[in-house]
Design a protein. Sequence first.
Length: 134
Amino acid sequence: DRAETRARAKIETASIARLLATQAQVTLGSVQEALGRAEGIMQALRQERLTSEQARDRLHDMVTANPAIGTIWAVRHDGSSWIDNTNPAPRSAGVTQRRYFQVHRDGERQFVGPVETGTVQPRPRMTVSVRLAD
């Protein structure tokens, strides 16, 4: 009957919601681990133990091994791109108007943005960023 169908649908929807929540937690944990490794790579670059090219290659390898991450950028204090794992040359566009940059500029260490649909690839994505240095 209709009441039973609705009750089952409600249970199934709740199960899917729990599954998605668990998947999101696992994905964020994976991204947090990767950001920790990225911090080590960038520290080695600042200490001149790596060249920019070596750092970009290591970030690229790390990203391609993790399907939860699309790209990883290192951004300078002025908002210009320093290292982008997808491009040999840094991007010319600055990011000073982007929310994640503003949050870090204002002193926050971590930023987790809302889920958005990408403009280049129309699939859900979100920005997770960490301020690595002052």
